[in-house]
Design a protein around this ligand. Structure first.
Ligand SMILES: [Zn+2]
Ligand SMILES: [Zn+2]
Length: 436
């Protein structure tokens, strides 16, 4: 079906040149050209890069190189201007968005002109997704509209798991994103119906965090940031941190407090993307030197946390009284664990206190209207440890006084407390029992 022989035609002589779609990856376009003309993609790539090129005829979906050479084989119309192609049909604007202007211009120039991979030295090490992603609904819509679908660059942004148009979770393909000589088109084989979703949400996950992250990532493609120099960016962020009371007197970031904030504002994201090791080095790297943190994912997350803190008007004064911890527990139904004197259907359990422990563990104390209280600790991965009994409360104590504490086993079970704890409550009751 495909021709493997080198293509014998010159510039502008590709017989069937389809239209480029909005936000279509250059990779996707080249794959479609091959299909439209019945050629193999390695043969087409060889033609596009030029026969004498020392470059292996391979192409990355997110960061293609030698864009100028490729575009020279297209008609000379504005749509095929290499700079325009780079800005509209690759992820390069995203990957260069937190670089100072001079460095960015240099990389872009290299990716357009040079034979070498110079441009990739800096941004090629950025965090990138290894496989292409797709939105089934987008594919269906495109199919109805154009008779075919294509790889949308908005879906390929690193760690972006959501299609913003349909608010659905993207699906993962087995199509390699880096340096392929066989370019794959979107079809039922590459984007199967039963493909694995990028993320499977669990109860309690805050989907909004994923949406905000995707929005910010998209905006970097649409309106690339202009950063004159890194020092300026750093100064801006330090100002915000200091406004939030998140800097020590020595202008260091208060890492524990910042980690708490991260937990609250991006906890659902960090749970699925362990590269954001929340107590890790990325935050200090980000505020350190421009060469230590090029990947936009870190900048996006950092700015997202800062924005959340500023919007909420939170001034961090002391850890223990920080009400924001409460939010980590407030999305759940906490039952009363006292089934001895309290009706299970009573829904009056309140979070009365929260505090932070070592290792990012947040502990909340729950108290029922009946006075019974217990504590729950939340691990950094968002899971809760089993609740621990704290105090029985007046209702229980009154009951135990009245009944003289019979049925030790059964009662302690009903009160979700250990025998030992139960006996100490009994002892207290005996001591306080009024004499009649
Ligand atoms: Zn979609
Ligand atoms: Zn209760």
């Amino acid at each position: 079906m495909y021709s493997e022989t080198p293509l014998g035609f010159g510039a502008g002589q590709i017989p069937h040149l389809p239209n480029l779609y909005c936000d279509e990856l250059l990779y996707s376009y080249v794959a479609r050209i091959a299909r439209y003309n019945g050629w193999s993609s390695p043969a087409l790539l060889k033609h596009l890069y030029g026969k004498d090129s020392s470059i292996k005829a391979r192409m990355s979906a997110d960061l293609p190189i030698r864009i100028g050479a490729i575009c020279s084989k297209f008609p000379s119309v504005p749509d095929y201007d290499p700079r325009l192609i780079l800005h509209r049909h690759t992820l390069i604007p995203y990957h260069t968005s937190f670089l100072p202007s001079l460095a960015k211009d240099d990389i872009i120039k290299n990716l357009i002109d040079s034979d070498a991979k110079n441009g990739l030295n800096t941004i090629g090490k950025n965090i990138r997704d290894s496989y292409l992603k797709f939105c089934p609904q987008c594919n269906l819509e495109n199919l109805n509209k154009f008779g075919e679908s294509y790889w949308n660059r908005l879906h390929q942004l690193p760690l972006v798991d959501i299609c913003l148009k349909h608010k659905t979770v993207l699906k993962l393909t087995e199509v390699k994103a880096f340096r392929s000589s066989y370019l794959i088109c979107v079809d039922n084989d590459s984007c199967p119906y039963d493909a694995r979703p990028c993320v499977s949400f669990e109860p309690g996950d805050n989907v909004n965090q994923f949406i905000e992250f995707a929005k910010y990532s998209h905006s970097l493609l649409r309106r690339p940031k202009q950063i004159e120099d890194f020092a300026e960016l750093k100064r801006l962020r330090m100002n915000k941190l200091s406004h939030l009371n998140l800097l020590t007197s020595g202008s260091m970031i208060r890492a524990d407090e910042f980690a708490d904030a991260a937990q609250i504002y991006v906890g659902s994201i960090t749970k699925y993307h362990p590269i954001f090791d929340i107590n890790g080095r990325w935050i200090s790297n980000l505020l350190g030197s421009e060469h230590r943190c090029n990947s936009p994912v870190y900048h996006i997350l950092f700015d997202y946390i800062l924005k959340g803190l500023l919007n909420d008007g939170i001034k961090i004064t002391s850890r223990a009284c920080w009400p924001a911890y409460k939010r980590l527990f407030s999305g759940y139904k906490w039952p009363c664990r006292n089934r001895l004197t309290c009706d299970e259907v009573r829904e009056n359990v309140r979070i009365v206190n929260t505090s932070r422990r070592k290792g990012g563990i947040i502990v909340a104390t729950m108290q029922c209207e009946c006075g019974y209280s217990y504590s729950v600790s939340r691990r950094p991965d968002g899971k809760f440890n089993s609740p621990r009994y704290k105090s029985a409360g007046p209702e229980v104590e009154h009951y135990l006084c009245e009944t003289k504490g019979r049925n030790v086993m059964r009662n302690s079970e009903k009160l979700s407390m250990s025998l030992c704890a139960y006996r100490s409550v009994l002892k207290k009751c005996k001591k306080n029992k009024p004499d009649f």
